[in-house]
Design a protein around this ligand. Sequence first.
Ligand code: PMP
Length: 405
Amino acid sequence: MYDVKKIREDFPILQREVYKKPLVYLDNAATTQKPLCVLDAMREEYLNVNANVHRGVHYLSQQATDLHEAARETVRAFINARKIEEVVFTRGTTEAINLVAQTFCESQMKAGDEVLVTDMEHHSNIVPWQLQAKKMGIVVKHLPIDDKGCLVSCHDVATYITERTKLISIAHVSNVLGTINPVKDIIKLAHERGIPVLVDGAQSAPHMKIDVQDLDCDFLAFSGHKMYGPTGIGVLYGKEEWLEKLPPYQGGGEMIDKVSWEKTTFERLPFKFEAGTPDYVATHGLATAIKYMESLGMENIEAHEQELTRYCMEQMRTIPNMRLFGEAPHKDAVVSFLVGDIHHLDMGTLLDRLGIAVRTGHHCAHPLMDRLGVTGTVRASFALYNTKEEIDALVAGIRRVSAMF
Ligand code: PMP
């Protein structure tokens, strides 16, 4: 049985108070809290194992390397990648997308070639492509969304593809609308035309089982800190054939085979993309977080969060002048809203005074805000430890704030 009361005991921060009120933490799409097992694993590694990884002959270095490489295997199994060579550690989703944007555009694209994104992307899946557009003259095109916050149909996606489309890069789940995009269908359609697809999994990896072989995505990016792991660590999955084709991203130690003044050769995968000392304690922390989620069961986490989302949407609809953003039939763990003409910042600040942590503003998605015709929204986002009582507290809080205006 999914015992949320017991699960909450693993997250001591959830027991604290703010402004003498119990904390209701609903800002999980920004970052999640960390269970004790993750904190303990990282403390234990710094206390008893710490040494730089790879190439060290001494005991501690080998032990740290084993933990680091075991973490890679844990990630591989978590997303069902074929090989550990396909798992590249990065600082997060942002760095993973930048890595692909730079190396893919440089090696696979010419001026005038197109990358297709959507109107609901986070800036980290827009700006890296725009930087390449400026540098190389590639073109960034974007798929429109309808008023419910859904992508246009797959048939329409096809109409946005031209013979110059070289890559499609899309969010699996929108961080503002919660929309779960039909990435598997889009990947199939793209592959029929020989186009690879990058999936931004920042908001899906924490909430659902992802199988990269089943999806058949060419790249997948996600962040550790949004899935109960530490900050500063993330993953780029890439199909081996693509990673082999792409040039290195950054240069330095770890990523080379042999360096000379005449010619430098590079390490094999995945190290070719991992310049410098990796955050080997964070990789161990991430692996511990993955094992924690797996011990609860990804299906159980998904079912719990789906129920919270459904319940929240239902309760929100009972509030007068409520405007909900994102009413896709397939939606996950994110509820964005505005009430009447109350500014999102006012709503967020007053909810905070009641102990309720939500996010306000543009959520790093300016083009989406423009599409919605707003400057920002209030966003409540859920994690495996949230409860219906917390949603009741949110709804009561919104009613209370609304009555003040
Ligand atoms: N994509 C999406 C959909 C996100 O929600 C986020 C984080 N809000 C990112 C990318 C960027 O993740 P990070 O800041 O961890 O690199």
